[in-house]
Design a protein around this ligand. Structure first.
Ligand code: ADP
Ligand code: MG
Length: 683
């Protein structure tokens, strides 16, 4: 494990540059949090004026410190920050947290200062968290470090949490007594000048005390690097991401269908799903799922039993199951018989099981036991709304006592006093959920994770011999070269200069398609420049004249005519790709032809595809389902299609120079052939 990284979370000595004796100042509150939380290492506060603060001996300067510093935190005003960093690096400090703000986030001058500092950090082979961040926490007893200015007492858990926003981090810490979130590591990474999710993801994977990895992110510093941790199968722990900023703006200046259809949030969504990374839609979801992973066994299927003492909340719970792809389990006859002996005749022994408001602690426990041991049931959600006659605590505790290898999640809707009572008097303090909708997403996330653990093999990049150093659209000969190399099926293309049409006519084998080509024409059919099923010379001449005429109307000259054999198609599909600025090579499959945007029937994935991903692309699109055969039609040979998708992705991976490409359409015939008839590759 990298020593500098490790020292952020497991420091034996901890230096605070800018410790202060002024109450309410960051330098004071920080020291106070550290003291009150009981840090096990040695604290080395630096302050030129004070002898001691809060009982700790102060050092007048960094130079005065003689012992090695594992971790240093800089909280001085911006004007002194760079100097402090210099002095720390002079002392060979390898791990620095720069809390001070006023860098990249405030503009050009700050950005330059940040760059300068980063360069020094890199030159010294040190690592830095921040700037503009709010600190770090390790709850584990061996360290007990709360180096933040929120003086709460976080409880020990095995979740690691990275927050790109200091305020979100602080809000989470402020909420701990209410939310019962427990974590092992907490870090606010601020501007992510150096340390980012890309360092901490592999670090936490390696740290045996961490079970679940969670991120609040506003951006990915290098999305492709992030996902390569997954394509290389380095990550086995559950990873949950809350990604803020769901903008739907398309890729800027996209010149292909594929680029325009791949908005940035769509990219994030598809990439996270593809690599088994859980996406949370809110902080509540993020920590609910983290609690699920940490405290309950993984479900092995999606069949859930619900038990309740109240109709409404149970309905909401069931709706939420449905929304999250889970099912109400069909209870076995044996289970129902057993339930009949307990459940009030006016209640229900069908799923959701209703005990009515009179349901006692004993009934709740027995019913939960019966449900969880039904082999048709993969998990149970127990929903308890506290009525006047049945106190909540015994009900909850009774259910907490049940020993099971399946997840049993409890929703409690009690009087407010309950929570304090539960914290003080519960033997297990297992997490409880507050909304009937919550458990479904938790169970769905856990199931998603366990299904994704099944060994997928991802495509990887190799170096391509195809080289071109120009930018813009590739020329036909270059396209041909690439298509051959990746065995991508293309119709034969015959390019004829506009002025030698008559000379070349003899060589044409009808029926053909004639297309007018000019540099500025991207969508040929819009200009009436695609004439299909031309059967003889006469029709050919007419087509050529018509194309010339419609070009002339727009004051464009036809540079060449493209003549292709006419492929009598049954379906038109699209395969395309683009390079996302963050996540890199992406690939899209779907309905093709002139109406792609209208059909909007595409599936987008990272080009690091597994075979399962290719199957999914086909299964998730309407055209994919049609190609597999509907209403007694002969299915298309899907293996051929899969090969084409795979080689297209491979082409994208191997050739980083390709910015975008579009095969639109590839025509599929009824005798199982597939040909690209319109290919654009942009470098
Ligand atoms: P553009 O996308 O620039 O408008 P295309 O070359 O994709 O032009 O052609 C538009 C449409 O013409 C295709 O979607 C397809 O329906 C038809 N088409 C093009 N080439 C052929 C061909 N070789 N055989 C049969 N139909 C074709
Ligand atoms: Mg086209």
């Amino acid at each position: 494990m990298n020593k500098n990284l490790k020292n952020f979370f497991y420091p034996k000595t901890f230096c605070i540059v800018g410790a202060s004796s002024k109450e309410k100042s960051i330098g004071y509150e920080l020291l106070k949090s550290i003291k009150e939380y009981g840090y096990t290492g040695k604290i080395l506060p630096v302050n030129p004026k004070a002898e001691e603060i809060l009982g700790y001996k102060c050092y007048g300067s960094i130079e005065e410190i003689t012992e090695p510093i594992d971790l240093a935190m800089v909280v001085v005003p911006k004007a002194f920050a760079e100097d402090s960093i210099d002095k720390l690096l002079n002392k060979n400090v390898g791990s620095i947290i720069l809390v001070t703000a006023g860098f990249k986030e405030v503009g050009k001058e700050g950005e330059e200062a940040e760059k300068r500092i980063l360069k020094k950090i890199k030159n010294a082979c040190a690592r830095m968290v921040g700037p503009n961040c709010m600190g770090i926490i390790t709850t584990f007893n061996e360290i007990s470090l709360n180096a933040t200015f929120v003086a709460e007492k976080p409880e020990i858990g095995r979740t690691a949490f990275l927050s790109q926003s200091g305020a979100i981090g602080a809000a989470i810490l402020n909420s701990l007594r209410e939310t019962d979130i427990r974590f092992g590591h907490f870090v606010s990474v601020g501007n992510k000048a150096d340390i980012s999710e890309n360092d901490l993801l592999p670090f936490w994977q390696e740290d045996k005390q961490i079970k679940t990895i969670t991120f609040y992110l506003e951006s990915f510093v290098d999305g492709e690097k992030f996902i390569n941790n997954f394509t290389d199968k380095k990550i086995t722990k559950p990873v949950i991401v809350l990604k803020a900023g769901r903008t739907s703006s398309g890729m800027k200046a996209a010149q292909s269908h594929t680029g325009a259809l791949g908005s940035s949030d769509r990219v994030v969504e598809s990439v996270l799903t593809q690599f088994g990374i859980i996406r949370a839609n809110s902080l509540n979801e993020l920590f609910n799922s983290a609690k699920g992973f940490e405290n309950f066994p993984l479900p092995i299927g999606n069949k859930v039993a619900v038990v309740t003492n109240a109709g409404g909340p149970a309905i909401l719970a069931v709706d939420s199951l449905d929304k999250n792809g889970l099912k109400l389990a069909d209870l076995s006859e044996n289970t129902k018989n057993k339930l009949r002996e307990i459940v009030h005749p006016e209640g229900s022994v069908n799923n959701p099981v209703d005990l009515l408001p009179g349901g006692t602690a004993e009934q709740f426990k027995t019913v939960n036991e019966i449900l969880i041991s039904d082999e048709n049931v993969d998990g149970v959600v127990s929903v308890f709304v506290e009525p006047v006659m049945v106190p909540a605590l015994p009900v909850i505790e009774g259910i907490n006592d049940i020993k099971t290898k399946k997840p049993l999640l409890q929703v409690v809707m009690p009087l407010p006093e309950f929570w304090e009572n539960y914290r003080k008097n519960s033997a297990t303090r297992k997490p409880l959920f507050r909304n009937p909708e919550d458990p479904a997403k938790v169970l769905a996330d856990m199931l998603f994770y366990s299904n994704n653990m099944k060994g997928k093999e991802f495509l990887s990049a190799s170096t391509s011999k195809f080289k071109t150093n120009k930018s813009g659209f590739l020329q036909p000969t270059e396209i041909e070269q690439l298509m051959k190399k990746y065995r991508l099926p293309s119709v034969s293309n015959q390019f004829i200069k506009a002025d030698s049409i008559n000379k070349q006519m003899g060589k044409i084998e009808f029926p053909v398609v004639v297309k007018g080509i000019a540099k500025d024409v991207v969508h040929k059919s819009e200009l009436n420049a695609v004439k299909v099923n031309i059967k003889n010379k006469k029709e050919f001449n007419e087509a050529v004249e018509e194309i010339k005429k419609s070009f002339a109307k727009k004051k464009i000259e036809v540079e060449e005519f493209l003549v292709q054999p006419f492929v009598k198609g049954k379906h038109e599909i699209l395969i395309g790709g683009f390079r996302d600025p963050s996540f890199g090579p992406m690939i899209m499959f779907g309905s093709g032809g002139k109406y792609v945007e209208v059909f909007n029937d595409t599936c987008l994935k990272s080009a690091y595809l597994s075979d399962e991903d290719i199957d999914q692309m086909i299964n998730e699109t309407k055209i994919g389902k049609i190609l597999k055969g509907v209403r007694g039609e002969n299915p298309f040979q899907i293996s051929k299609l899969k090969k084409v998708i795979k080689s297209s992705a491979k082409m994208m991976l191997d050739n980083p120079g390709i910015k975008e490409f579009d095969f639109n359409p590839l025509i599929i015939t009824k005798d199982n052939t597939i040909f690209a008839v319109d290919v654009r590759i942009k470098m």
